[in-house]
Ligand binder design. Sequence first.
Ligand code: R5P
Length: 282
Amino acid sequence: MRIVCPSFSDLYEPNVEIKKFPDGDSYVRVPSAKEAEGKEVVVFNRLYPEQDSALFQTVLVLRALKEHNPKSITLVVPYLPYSRQDKLFREGEVKSAEILCELLKSEGVDELVTFDCHFLKKEGEFEYGGLKIRNISLNKKLVEKAREISGGELEIMSPDQGANYLVAEFGGSSMKKERGEYAEGGEAYREIKDVKMEKDVSGKAVLIIDDMISTGGTMLRGVENVKKGGAKSVICTAAHGFFLKGSLEKLKEAGEVFVSDTIPTEVSKVSIKPMLEEMFPE
Ligand code: R5P
Protein backbone atom coordinates (compact mmCIF):
# COMPACT_ATOMS: atom_id res chain seq x y z
CA MET A 1 0.00 0.00 0.00
CA ARG A 2 1.39 3.39 -1.00
CA ILE A 3 0.93 6.45 1.17
CA VAL A 4 2.09 9.50 -0.75
CA CYS A 5 2.58 12.90 0.89
CA PRO A 6 2.13 16.07 -1.17
CA SER A 7 5.90 16.69 -1.20
CA PHE A 8 6.11 13.74 -3.62
CA SER A 9 3.49 15.05 -6.07
CA ASP A 10 6.01 15.39 -8.93
CA LEU A 11 6.47 11.58 -8.85
CA TYR A 12 3.21 10.09 -7.50
CA GLU A 13 -0.39 11.16 -6.94
CA PRO A 14 -0.65 12.27 -3.28
CA ASN A 15 -3.21 10.57 -1.02
CA VAL A 16 -2.41 12.37 2.23
CA GLU A 17 -3.68 15.80 3.23
CA ILE A 18 -1.07 18.07 4.77
CA LYS A 19 -2.01 21.66 5.49
CA LYS A 20 -1.16 24.38 7.97
CA PHE A 21 -3.45 25.94 10.54
CA PRO A 22 -3.47 29.73 10.45
CA ASP A 23 -0.95 29.82 13.32
CA GLY A 24 1.48 27.54 11.47
CA ASP A 25 0.72 24.23 13.22
CA SER A 26 0.56 21.25 10.86
CA TYR A 27 -2.69 19.52 9.96
CA VAL A 28 -2.31 15.93 8.73
CA ARG A 29 -4.98 13.48 7.56
CA VAL A 30 -4.49 10.06 5.96
CA PRO A 31 -7.95 9.29 4.50
CA SER A 32 -7.06 5.68 3.67
CA ALA A 33 -5.40 4.91 7.04
CA LYS A 34 -7.96 2.21 7.90
CA GLU A 35 -6.90 0.16 4.88
CA ALA A 36 -3.38 -0.16 6.31
CA GLU A 37 -4.46 -2.98 8.63
CA GLY A 38 -2.17 -5.98 8.14
CA LYS A 39 -0.53 -4.43 5.05
CA GLU A 40 3.05 -3.66 4.08
CA VAL A 41 2.84 0.12 3.84
CA VAL A 42 5.32 2.35 2.01
CA VAL A 43 5.21 6.03 2.94
CA PHE A 44 6.76 8.51 0.48
CA ASN A 45 7.72 11.89 1.89
CA ARG A 46 10.41 14.46 1.24
CA LEU A 47 11.81 16.03 4.38
CA TYR A 48 13.34 19.06 2.69
CA PRO A 49 12.72 22.02 2.62
CA GLU A 50 11.28 23.01 6.03
CA GLN A 51 12.74 19.86 7.49
CA ASP A 52 11.61 20.33 11.09
CA SER A 53 8.02 20.83 10.11
CA ALA A 54 8.15 18.02 7.52
CA LEU A 55 9.58 15.71 10.13
CA PHE A 56 6.77 16.35 12.59
CA GLN A 57 4.22 15.87 9.80
CA THR A 58 5.84 12.49 9.11
CA VAL A 59 5.40 11.54 12.75
CA LEU A 60 1.69 12.42 12.48
CA VAL A 61 1.33 10.34 9.28
CA LEU A 62 3.04 7.38 10.99
CA ARG A 63 0.74 7.68 14.01
CA ALA A 64 -2.35 7.75 11.79
CA LEU A 65 -1.17 4.50 10.16
CA LYS A 66 -0.05 2.79 13.36
CA GLU A 67 -3.55 3.17 14.79
CA HIS A 68 -4.57 0.49 12.27
CA ASN A 69 -1.76 -2.02 12.86
CA PRO A 70 -0.03 -2.29 9.48
CA LYS A 71 2.22 -5.33 8.96
CA SER A 72 5.21 -3.06 8.33
CA ILE A 73 6.06 0.54 7.47
CA THR A 74 8.81 1.49 5.02
CA LEU A 75 9.55 5.19 4.84
CA VAL A 76 11.06 6.63 1.66
CA VAL A 77 12.92 9.91 2.29
CA PRO A 78 15.06 10.74 -0.76
CA TYR A 79 17.28 13.27 1.05
CA LEU A 80 17.70 12.68 4.77
CA PRO A 81 18.00 15.97 6.68
CA TYR A 82 20.37 16.18 9.65
CA SER A 83 22.57 13.53 8.01
CA ARG A 84 25.59 15.83 8.28
CA GLN A 85 25.24 16.08 12.06
CA ASP A 86 26.64 12.66 12.87
CA LYS A 87 29.81 13.80 14.67
CA LEU A 88 30.49 15.91 17.74
CA PHE A 89 32.89 18.83 17.47
CA ARG A 90 32.22 20.84 20.60
CA GLU A 91 31.12 20.21 24.17
CA GLY A 92 27.35 20.16 24.54
CA GLU A 93 26.50 19.17 20.97
CA VAL A 94 24.33 16.16 20.13
CA LYS A 95 24.30 13.76 17.18
CA SER A 96 21.15 15.01 15.46
CA ALA A 97 21.41 12.33 12.75
CA GLU A 98 21.24 9.57 15.34
CA ILE A 99 18.36 11.21 17.21
CA LEU A 100 16.38 11.55 13.99
CA CYS A 101 16.82 7.84 13.22
CA GLU A 102 15.90 6.85 16.78
CA LEU A 103 12.77 8.97 16.50
CA LEU A 104 11.68 7.36 13.22
CA LYS A 105 12.30 3.91 14.67
CA SER A 106 10.28 4.71 17.80
CA GLU A 107 7.44 5.99 15.61
CA GLY A 108 7.13 2.60 13.92
CA VAL A 109 9.37 2.82 10.84
CA ASP A 110 10.67 -0.69 10.06
CA GLU A 111 12.94 0.44 7.25
CA LEU A 112 14.09 3.80 5.91
CA VAL A 113 14.97 4.00 2.22
CA THR A 114 17.14 6.94 1.25
CA PHE A 115 19.69 8.06 -1.32
CA ASP A 116 23.35 8.94 -0.77
CA CYS A 117 22.99 9.36 2.96
CA HIS A 118 25.86 11.54 4.12
CA PHE A 119 26.88 9.53 7.20
CA LEU A 120 26.78 6.14 5.48
CA LYS A 121 29.09 6.89 2.53
CA LYS A 122 28.35 3.55 0.92
CA GLU A 123 25.45 1.80 -0.78
CA GLY A 124 23.80 -1.04 1.14
CA GLU A 125 21.82 -1.97 4.21
CA PHE A 126 22.77 -0.53 7.57
CA GLU A 127 21.54 -0.02 11.09
CA TYR A 128 21.95 3.41 12.61
CA GLY A 129 20.25 4.80 15.71
CA GLY A 130 18.51 1.42 15.91
CA LEU A 131 16.88 2.05 12.52
CA LYS A 132 17.28 -0.21 9.50
CA ILE A 133 18.37 1.92 6.54
CA ARG A 134 18.62 1.00 2.86
CA ASN A 135 20.98 3.52 1.26
CA ILE A 136 21.05 3.77 -2.52
CA SER A 137 23.76 5.63 -4.38
CA LEU A 138 22.95 7.66 -7.47
CA ASN A 139 26.59 7.81 -8.56
CA LYS A 140 26.19 5.45 -11.56
CA LYS A 141 23.16 7.35 -12.88
CA LEU A 142 24.88 10.71 -12.41
CA VAL A 143 28.04 9.57 -14.18
CA GLU A 144 25.99 8.02 -16.99
CA LYS A 145 24.14 11.34 -17.46
CA ALA A 146 27.37 13.34 -17.39
CA ARG A 147 28.87 11.07 -20.05
CA GLU A 148 25.78 11.56 -22.19
CA ILE A 149 26.12 15.35 -21.82
CA SER A 150 29.85 15.45 -22.52
CA GLY A 151 29.85 12.86 -25.30
CA GLY A 152 33.49 12.03 -24.52
CA GLU A 153 36.01 10.92 -21.91
CA LEU A 154 35.67 12.46 -18.45
CA GLU A 155 38.16 12.82 -15.63
CA ILE A 156 36.01 12.02 -12.60
CA MET A 157 36.68 13.71 -9.27
CA SER A 158 35.01 14.41 -5.93
CA PRO A 159 35.62 17.74 -4.17
CA ASP A 160 36.34 16.13 -0.81
CA GLN A 161 37.48 12.79 0.53
CA GLY A 162 34.13 12.04 2.16
CA ALA A 163 32.65 11.68 -1.31
CA ASN A 164 35.39 9.34 -2.53
CA TYR A 165 32.92 6.42 -2.47
CA LEU A 166 31.08 8.10 -5.34
CA VAL A 167 34.08 8.13 -7.69
CA ALA A 168 36.20 5.15 -6.62
CA GLU A 169 34.53 2.61 -8.93
CA PHE A 170 35.22 4.87 -11.94
CA GLY A 171 38.93 5.19 -11.12
CA GLY A 172 38.25 8.75 -9.96
CA SER A 173 40.21 10.80 -7.45
CA SER A 174 39.31 13.12 -4.59
CA MET A 175 40.37 16.60 -3.62
CA LYS A 176 41.20 17.27 0.02
CA LYS A 177 38.91 19.64 1.84
CA GLU A 178 39.66 21.25 5.16
CA ARG A 179 36.99 23.02 7.14
CA GLY A 180 37.70 25.72 9.70
CA GLU A 181 35.92 26.65 12.91
CA TYR A 182 32.29 27.71 13.13
CA ALA A 183 31.81 31.19 11.69
CA GLU A 184 30.67 34.03 13.93
CA GLY A 185 27.00 34.94 13.88
CA GLY A 186 23.70 33.15 13.91
CA GLU A 187 24.41 30.59 11.22
CA ALA A 188 25.89 27.19 12.11
CA TYR A 189 28.45 26.96 9.32
CA ARG A 190 32.04 25.78 9.38
CA GLU A 191 33.90 27.71 6.75
CA ILE A 192 35.98 25.94 4.13
CA LYS A 193 39.66 26.67 4.74
CA ASP A 194 41.09 24.91 1.75
CA VAL A 195 40.36 22.44 -1.04
CA LYS A 196 43.56 20.93 -2.46
CA MET A 197 43.86 19.04 -5.73
CA GLU A 198 46.84 16.93 -6.78
CA LYS A 199 45.54 15.45 -10.02
CA ASP A 200 46.75 16.85 -13.35
CA VAL A 201 43.63 17.88 -15.25
CA SER A 202 45.27 19.99 -17.90
CA GLY A 203 43.31 19.85 -21.19
CA LYS A 204 40.79 17.38 -19.75
CA ALA A 205 37.00 17.43 -19.50
CA VAL A 206 36.32 17.05 -15.78
CA LEU A 207 33.26 15.81 -13.89
CA ILE A 208 33.06 16.84 -10.22
CA ILE A 209 30.61 14.79 -8.21
CA ASP A 210 29.56 15.19 -4.56
CA ASP A 211 26.75 13.85 -2.41
CA MET A 212 25.24 17.34 -2.08
CA ILE A 213 25.59 20.92 -3.17
CA SER A 214 24.36 23.02 -0.27
CA THR A 215 25.83 26.54 -0.15
CA GLY A 216 27.91 25.51 -3.15
CA GLY A 217 31.11 26.51 -1.33
CA THR A 218 32.71 23.08 -1.75
CA MET A 219 31.78 22.66 -5.40
CA LEU A 220 32.82 26.20 -6.31
CA ARG A 221 36.27 25.64 -4.77
CA GLY A 222 36.50 22.38 -6.70
CA VAL A 223 35.64 24.15 -9.95
CA GLU A 224 38.18 26.87 -9.21
CA ASN A 225 40.85 24.17 -8.75
CA VAL A 226 40.18 22.36 -12.02
CA LYS A 227 40.03 25.65 -13.93
CA LYS A 228 43.35 26.74 -12.43
CA GLY A 229 44.69 23.31 -13.36
CA GLY A 230 43.88 24.01 -17.03
CA ALA A 231 40.81 21.77 -17.48
CA LYS A 232 39.13 22.07 -20.88
CA SER A 233 35.61 21.96 -19.42
CA VAL A 234 33.79 21.10 -16.19
CA ILE A 235 30.51 19.42 -15.32
CA CYS A 236 29.26 19.60 -11.71
CA THR A 237 26.80 17.15 -10.25
CA ALA A 238 25.49 15.81 -6.94
CA ALA A 239 22.72 13.59 -5.68
CA HIS A 240 21.10 16.42 -3.70
CA GLY A 241 20.96 20.02 -4.89
CA PHE A 242 19.96 22.73 -2.42
CA PHE A 243 21.77 25.49 -4.30
CA LEU A 244 21.69 27.97 -1.43
CA LYS A 245 23.21 31.45 -1.54
CA GLY A 246 22.85 31.87 -5.30
CA SER A 247 25.25 29.00 -5.96
CA LEU A 248 23.35 27.60 -8.94
CA GLU A 249 23.94 30.78 -10.95
CA LYS A 250 27.61 30.82 -9.99
CA LEU A 251 28.07 27.17 -10.95
CA LYS A 252 26.25 27.66 -14.25
CA GLU A 253 28.79 30.35 -15.15
CA ALA A 254 31.53 27.75 -14.75
CA GLY A 255 29.97 24.99 -16.83
CA GLU A 256 27.21 22.39 -16.92
CA VAL A 257 25.36 21.64 -13.65
CA PHE A 258 22.77 18.98 -12.88
CA VAL A 259 21.50 16.95 -9.93
CA SER A 260 18.87 14.29 -9.24
CA ASP A 261 15.31 14.96 -8.14
CA THR A 262 15.76 13.82 -4.52
CA ILE A 263 15.16 17.55 -4.08
CA PRO A 264 13.34 18.84 -7.17
CA THR A 265 15.23 21.72 -8.83
CA GLU A 266 15.34 23.36 -12.24
CA VAL A 267 18.47 21.31 -13.03
CA SER A 268 17.18 17.91 -11.83
CA LYS A 269 18.06 15.67 -14.76
CA VAL A 270 18.30 12.26 -13.09
CA SER A 271 15.08 10.87 -11.63
CA ILE A 272 14.80 8.49 -8.71
CA LYS A 273 11.40 7.30 -9.93
CA PRO A 274 12.59 4.30 -12.01
CA MET A 275 14.55 3.04 -9.00
CA LEU A 276 11.55 3.47 -6.70
CA GLU A 277 9.30 1.69 -9.20
CA GLU A 278 11.67 -1.25 -9.26
CA MET A 279 11.82 -1.41 -5.46
CA PHE A 280 8.12 -0.89 -4.87
CA PRO A 281 6.17 -2.16 -7.89
CA GLU A 282 2.46 -1.29 -7.80
C1 R5P B 1 30.47 17.54 3.00
O1 R5P B 1 31.12 16.78 3.65
C2 R5P B 1 29.55 17.16 1.88
O2 R5P B 1 29.96 16.01 1.23
C3 R5P B 1 29.44 18.29 0.90
O3 R5P B 1 30.70 18.50 0.30
C4 R5P B 1 29.03 19.56 1.59
O4 R5P B 1 28.02 19.31 2.52
C5 R5P B 1 28.56 20.56 0.60
O5 R5P B 1 28.23 21.73 1.29
P1 R5P B 1 28.46 23.14 0.65
O6 R5P B 1 27.77 23.13 -0.69
O7 R5P B 1 27.80 24.09 1.61
O8 R5P B 1 29.93 23.36 0.54
